[in-house]
Ligand binder design. Structure first.
Ligand code: MTE
Ligand code: MO
Length: 317
């Protein structure tokens, strides 16, 4: 019997109602065990990913993008992950990252600092799929179907104290699996950060999967952040630590070149990078097509209000 499995991200959005996605996804979920993704455990053995049953999650139709989703063969083979390589072809190298066991440390200005096993965290969160634009500061973009949970829910769960103004996010540090972390020219580990208000904005998303399955290494398995109104470098990968603080985090790229990659890094076509224009972007997977870049990457309705009292800040990378 031949069954064509239609996945949510293969259906043009104009062809689906939320209900039809929902019922299809329930059918898929019933067979999820068959398609369970696997990961390479610490001993090198292939084991089923304990989170595989969470996929695919229902797509949240509130977040619409007027462009096609980037095909997976492009989206997952054109990545920035400097720990594993300085080219866009890091998918193979990133397979070396063991993603279980994986613990997340929550510390700083919270009611009670703790370390949580990632699958326990996943059980406490409600998963959904969101299709977001992603605009890299280098001048290219994609449209990607992420799975994960709202960062606002995570922030609430962490119980920051009232003095916390920022959340600093840290990528894993293990030069044995990511040899580039030995290179002293870079301030490893990769650090990123958001203000608490940004982290609580409805768009801020903690990502665990893509294209209806758990994240592969190159996308930042097993947990990364996505703030789609900002340049892609704000989207730190393979996170191990969230520190709530009243001091603005000094980010990896800001440490490297503060005049080129600032803390705020909101997308703005009118503010050029010191070395190139940000007016338009190459849409990956379309044979080199370029489209105009939009302020806040098209998400101004959701986020412009965050910045009305911050005009003196350098809000654009
Ligand atoms: N730890 C870490 N996170 C990172 C990067 C990186 O090199 N290391 N690159 C950033 C950049 S520049 C971009 S554009 C996005 C790319 O995400 P993607 O490969 O999942 O599309 O990841 C961001 N997060
Ligand atoms: Mo980027």
């Amino acid at each position: 019997m031949l069954i064509k499995r239609i996945r949510g991200w293969e259906i043009p959005e104009r062809d689906v109602t939320p209900e039809s996605v929902y019922s299809r996804r329930h059918l898929l979920a019933a067979g999820a065990g068959l398609a369970a993704a696997s990961f390479v455990g610490p001993a090198g053995a292939q084991s089923p990913d304990p989170s595989a049953g969470l996929y695919p999650a229902m797509r949240n139709m509130r977040y619409r993008v007027d462009r096609d989703i980037t095909e997976e063969r492009f989206g997952s083979n054109y990545n920035n992950y400097y720990e594993f390589g300085y080219s866009k072809s890091v998918a193979q190298a990133a397979k070396a990252l063991p993603v279980r066991p994986w613990q997340i440390k929550i510390d700083g200005m919270v009611e009670s600092p703790r370390t949580v096993d990632i699958d326990d965290l996943f059980k406490a969160m409600t998963f959904e799929e969101r299709v977001y634009r992603m605009r890299c500061v280098e001048g290219w973009s994609m449209v990607l179907p992420w799975t994960g949970f709202p960062m606002a829910a995570f922030v609430d769960w962490c119980k920051p104290t009232s003095g916390a103004k920022y959340v600093e996010m840290q990528t894993f540090m293990n030069p044995d699996v990511a040899g580039n972390q030995r290179s002293r020219g870079y301030p490893w580990p990769y650090i990123e950060g958001l203000t608490i208000e940004e982290a609580r904005n409805e768009l801020a998303f903690l990502v665990t999967g893509i294209y209806g399955h758990p994240l592969p290494g190159q996308h930042g398995a097993p947990l990364r952040v996505m703030a789609p109104w900002k340049y892609g470098f704000k989207a730190g990968k393979s996170l191990v630590r969230f520190t709530f603080t009243d001091k603005r985090p000094k980010t990896f790229w800001e440490t490297m070149a503060a005049n080129e990659y600032g803390f705020w890094a909101n997308v703005n076509p009118k503010v050029p990078h010191p070395r190139w224009s940000q007016a338009n972007e190459e849409v990956i997977g379309t044979g080199g097509k370029r489209v105009p870049t939009q302020i806040f990457n098209g998400y101004g309705d959701f986020v412009a209000g965050l910045y009305t009292n911050l005009q003196s800040e350098r809000l654009w990378a």
